[in-house]
Design a protein around this ligand. Structure first.
Ligand SMILES: [Mn+2]
Length: 424
């Protein structure tokens, strides 16, 4: 289904007066409000193809209804999100869950919704039907060179799909690790991973990036072969200039200082991309900003500061993606909430008085430093984010419009109750 223009305009008209009042109130005290709004207009967050259906846990999956049953329907769903918020103009595919049979046709379909293809993702954490070797004991780090070769070949195949769609990056997340002491020789596992990644890296087109994602634990519980940012950075440095570390917010041990990690990776020119989500304990895959919005703000504070220091364009300098699982909420609403939370954190970070903060740091004025950050965090920037959406032709209240138009009911009418999306 498509969002019809008339419904959108009626929705915006109804909310216009209230929005104007709120915008005038907040913009009055922000000297560079116009600059903030135009940066928000350009900022896009890629939607993962695997998050459009209901997620599950290892205990079960409670299927939603009207899920997209094909890649075409997934693109349609992202198109709907993008029509509602004009901030989700890219889709990130997971292979082999979403193999495009006719790449040119898929690319044209996506373009008709104003979408491009973001990073493509390989999958060597599951065995596929007919596959010669199993990934039960890992993939790129495996002790058997035949398994490693198979996993390398899969990643090269993923690059080829991405090239056909106009993607510019490959994200590699490995489930490789061990669950018991003694199971693995850590050094050999790391070196096997490096050698395998070198082969994949050699197949990267010149204008592509390789994102090396890390994760502290799970699915294995004793060690993960790329377990933290240090291990990822080590690999990225050894691979070369096209390799970068990818930070997934949920892939850290509890209370890790992610903003500090981000700051140093940016300093080294090795931060490549982001997977947004939120968590209470570990990789809980919850809506971005739903548990720790202050942490999300502090991360964006470092991102803005670090990107400005390196002269990077906020919108295009890094890969911005959501990586979450929607077990309870409607996936589309959950994604709208995530995008909103990310843009709010970004807007708040844009409000930080950098000159005053520098001054406070120079004077060891700890109280002032906290005041500056918390003043930005406690500013209600929602009208600025909404104004950016309005100027881009999106809805003032995307979730409200989704609800008012009963969009899920329409999707169920179209697709039925039994369609199941591939993905998490
Ligand atoms: Mn991830």
């Amino acid at each position: 289904m498509k969002l019809d223009k008339q419904s959108l305009e009626q929705h915006n008209e109804k909310l216009a007066a209230k929005h104007r009042r709120a915008l005038t109130y907040v913009a009055e005290d922000i000297a560079h409000a116009e600059d903030v709004i135009s940066k928000l207009e350009r900022f896009q967050i890629a939607i993962p193809s695997w998050a459009l259906g209901t997620g599950g846990t290892r205990f079960g999956r409670f299927s939603g209804k009207g899920e997209p049953g094909s890649l075409e329907q997934k693109i349609e769903d992202v198109g709907l999100l993008h029509a509602l918020n004009r901030s989700s103009g890219a889709i990130s595919l997971h292979i082999p869950w979403d193999i495009p049979q006719d790449a040119a046709k898929i690319k044209t379909l996506a373009a008709s919704y104003g979408l491009v293809f973001d990073a493509v993702n390989s999958n060597t954490f599951q065995d596929q039907p007919g596959q010669a070797h199993s990934y039960k004991f890992g993939s790129l780090h495996h002790v058997d060179p035949n398994v490693r070769r198979q996993a390398v070949a899969h990643n090269i195949e993923v690059i080829n799909h991405g090239v056909a769609l106009g993607s510019k990056a490959l994200t590699v997340w490995l489930a490789d690790g061990s669950s018991f002491p003694g199971q693995l020789n850590f050094r050999e596992a790391f070196q096997n991973t490096l050698e395998s990644l070198k082969e994949i890296y050699a197949h990267l087109p010149e204008d592509w990036k390789l994102f090396v994602e890390y994760k502290a634990f799970e699915p294995f519980f004793y060690s993960t072969t790329i377990g933290d940012w240090g291990q990822s950075l080590l690999l990225a440095n050894k691979l070369g200039p096209q390799a970068y570390t990818l930070v997934d917010l949920g892939h850290h041990l509890p209370n890790a200082n992610i903003e500090q990690i981000v700051s140093l990776l940016l300093m080294e020119g090795k931060l490549g991309g982001f997977h947004f989500n939120d968590s209470k304990y570990a990789d809980d895959d919850l809506t971005a900003g739903s548990i720790k919005p202050y942490q999300l703000f502090l991360i964006f504070n470092e991102l803005v500061e670090g990107m400005d220091a390196r002269g990077l364009d906020h919108a295009t300098g890094l890969g911005w993606m959501i990586d979450a699982s929607h077990n309870l909420k409607d996936p589309l609403v959950d994604l709208l909430q995530s995008v909103e939370a990310i843009k709010i954190a970004y807007a708040q970070a844009l409000l930080v008085d950098r000159v005053a903060l520098k001054e406070a740091q120079r004077n060891n004025d700890v109280v002032r430093a906290q005041e500056i950050l918390q003043h930005a965090f406690r500013t209600d920037v929602r009208p600025l984010v909404a104004e950016a959406r309005l100027r881009q032709g999106a809805a003032l209240d995307p979730v409200g419009l989704f609800r008012a138009l009963d969009m899920r009911a329409k999707l169920i009418d179209e697709r039925g109750s039994a369609s199941v999306a591939t993905g998490l």
